[in-house]
Design a binder for this molecule. Structure first.
Ligand code: FES
Length: 163
């Protein structure tokens, strides 16, 4: 049981808990490292620092990798999740496949988003919608979104997105 859970199980108020947390911090700072039987867990689990994105994410020569172990990219492990990096929207569809498209709406250039409920791309500015293949399904946009290829590494830990 973690410290917070234990204190909450005692029925203590939030302000009392904060006092305990502060006291705990002070005590930890004063004691030797060997005194703490429950050292704090890794504050950045699955991290590795940075965004987990390496390469070119803007312009015409899109070519980058996504580190799936990086905590910034955990949404891509869940069907229906997506991230936006640079000019590109990367999503894991409700069917579990990866797609990547320009995030720049072809109407007036505002950012689009993936909608898991309808498995499509939506621009909230004026309501344009696009299929996951980039085709316009509802205006005012009239031009498809640019799409990119997504390749999953054999171990599933890295996505490569290319123009
Ligand atoms: S900018 Fe996207 S619909 Fe107008």
């Amino acid at each position: 049981m973690k410290r917070g859970e234990f204190l909450r199980s005692l029925g203590l108020s939030t302000s009392t808990l904060m006092a305990f947390y502060c006291l705990g911090t002070t005590m930890t700072a004063c004691g030797s490292k060997d005194d703490d039987p429950n050292p704090d867990p890794d504050p950045n689990p699955g991290g590795g620092g940075g965004s987990g994105i390496t390469g070119t994410t803007t312009g015409t020569a899109i070519n980058f990798t996504v580190d799936m172990a990086n905590s910034n990219n955990t949404k891509l492990k869940t069907n229906g999740g997506f991230i936006i990096t640079g000019d590109v929207l990367v999503a894991k569809t409700t069917a579990g496949s990866y797609i990547a498209l320009s995030k720049i709406c072809t109407h007036e250039g505002n950012p689009v988003a993936y909608r898991s409920g309808s498995n499509d791309i939506f621009c909230q500015t004026h309501g344009s919608t696009f299929s996951i293949a980039g085709a316009v399904t509802n205006g005012p946009a009239a031009t498809p979104l640019k799409t990119y290829t997504v390749t999953v590494s054999a171990d599933g830990n890295t996505l490569t997105v290319k123009a």
